[in-house]
Design a binder for this molecule. Structure first.
Ligand SMILES: Cc1ncc(COP(=O)(O)O)c(C=O)c1O
Length: 403
């Protein structure tokens, strides 16, 4: 007889990650012998550069294989301060820096360190799947601010103002965005900053993970740089996962006010402790070493984005805007809702669309409901040009077959 497991109330409200579920389902179909093209995962297909790998190998050989300070090595914190100054014009001291095993736990540690029951966190939608769920796990209340295609999926000052209440503790900004690729211009951030200046109880968590992936000469800005008066209540978060193709190494970081960083340090010291010492040495090399590989990779992503946007816009019933950055596009599939697939299944929503597409044409995408905005879906173009070409042929064929 097995005993019934009782789960935490907070966890009962949390959904599993839809992006991980799609990736797992695609991998299962693949291992069962199907020719699946996965456009679900948000992971660079490029390899980690050799100089970064060598730094890790050196760290192992030199026996740098022990515990480090829980929220990061002093040398890594110094490298992170260097990065913020060099790339964002932001001055931080190492005591203002938090390092964790990936960007994900950085955000979670910040929320756990600051939220009390009933505290609200504004999450613009479409959102990265983990934000609302991490807010819930930390005991807070996500307040979803819908940002539709009319505003290029971006939060406007009016929408921000309308979402703020006396209980608002944080607004989460993510530019360029997962899932839409939309990035905020300096002027757009200025507009949001003006609203935030009027609400001193609201802190800003800016997730700048895709900073290096912007296209067509887009000029990247982060909010503390645009409005220095917000510096004292902004947590500027970033990581090596995407730009440096280091998803498996698990290093994310953030900089912000010392008191907040100290509180986050308390959380990490009693939970995961430090990220792998070896990965930290690799991250030092990533941030301090040559950056010249970034530009050719960025160019490849831009070419793929252009190809994917053009290909999707040829599909009957789809409409795909051209985003400024990241490696995602977020086409609307409003034009196929209500149609019937060859299997006889009526496409009632974006989840049906993604499921039928995977089953019929073996192309994995993530449905928009997972990101809080329907009917749409997310395509990750962090995959080879050949795979993307083939996937676009299949998606076009699938849409043409819907009646
Ligand atoms: C917007 C955004 N923030 C944070 C992360 C987390 O990155 P990491 O793999 O370093 O935890 C991701 C990863 O998908 C992301 O898309």
């Amino acid at each position: 007889m097995s005993a019934e497991i009782r789960l935490a109330d907070a966890l009962e409200r949390v959904k599993p990650s839809a992006t991980i579920a799609v990736t797992t389902k695609a991998a299962e179909l693949k291992s069962a012998g199907h020719d699946v093209i996965g456009l679900g995962a948000g992971e660079p297909d490029f390899d980690t550069p050799d100089n970064i790998k060598e730094a890790a190998i050196r760290a192992i050989r030199e026996g740098k294989t022990k515990y480090t300070p829980a929220d990061g090595l002093p040398e890594l914190k110094q490298a992170i301060c260097g990065k913020f100054l060099r790339e964002n014009g932001l001055t931080y001291k190492p005591s203002q820096v938090h390092v964790a095993p990936g960007g994900k736990p950085v955000i979670y540690n910040a929320l756990v360190a600051t939220l009390n029951p009933g505290d609200e966190v504004i999450v613009p939608a479409p959102y990265w799947v983990s934000y609302p769920e991490m807010v819930l796990m930390a005991g807070g209340e996500p307040v979803i601010a819908p940002c539709g295609p009319n505003t290029q999926y971006k939060l406007t000052p009016d929408a921000l103002e309308a979402a703020i209440t006396p209980r608002t503790r944080w607004i989460i900004l993510n530019s360029p965005s997962n899932p839409t690729g939309a990035a905020y211009t300096k002027a757009e951030l200025r507009g949001l900053a003006d609203v935030l200046l009027r609400h001193p109880q609201v802190w800003i968590l800016t997730d700048d993970m895709y900073e290096h992936l912007v296209y067509d000469g887009f000029e990247y800005w982060t909010i503390a740089q645009v409005e220095p008066a917000l510096y004292d209540r902004t947590l500027t978060m970033n990581g090596v996962s995407k730009a440096y193709a280091m998803t498996g190494w698990r290093i994310g970081y953030a900089a912000g006010p010392e008191k907040l960083i100290k509180a986050m340090g308390k959380v990490i010291s009693q939970t995961t402790s430090n990220p792998s010492s070896i990965s930290q040495y690799a991250a030092i090399e990533a941030l301090n070493g040559p950056q010249d590989f970034l530009e050719p990779r960025r160019k490849v992503y831009q070419e793929r984005r252009d190809m994917v946007v053009a290909g999707l816009n040829k599909c009957e019933g789809l409409h795909c805007p051209t985003p400024e950055g990241a490696f995602y596009v977020y086409p609307s599939c409003a034009g196929v809702i209500g149609k019937t697939a060859p299997s006889g299944k009526v496409i009632e929503n974006d989840e049906d669309f993604a499921t039928e597409l995977l089953e019929t044409e073996k192309v994995a995408v993530v449905f928009g409901a997972a990101f809080g905005m329907s009917p749409a879906f997310r395509v990750s173009y962090a995959t080879s040009t050949e795979a993307l070409t083939q996937a676009l042929i299949r998606i076009e064929r699938f849409c043409a077959a819907l009646k």
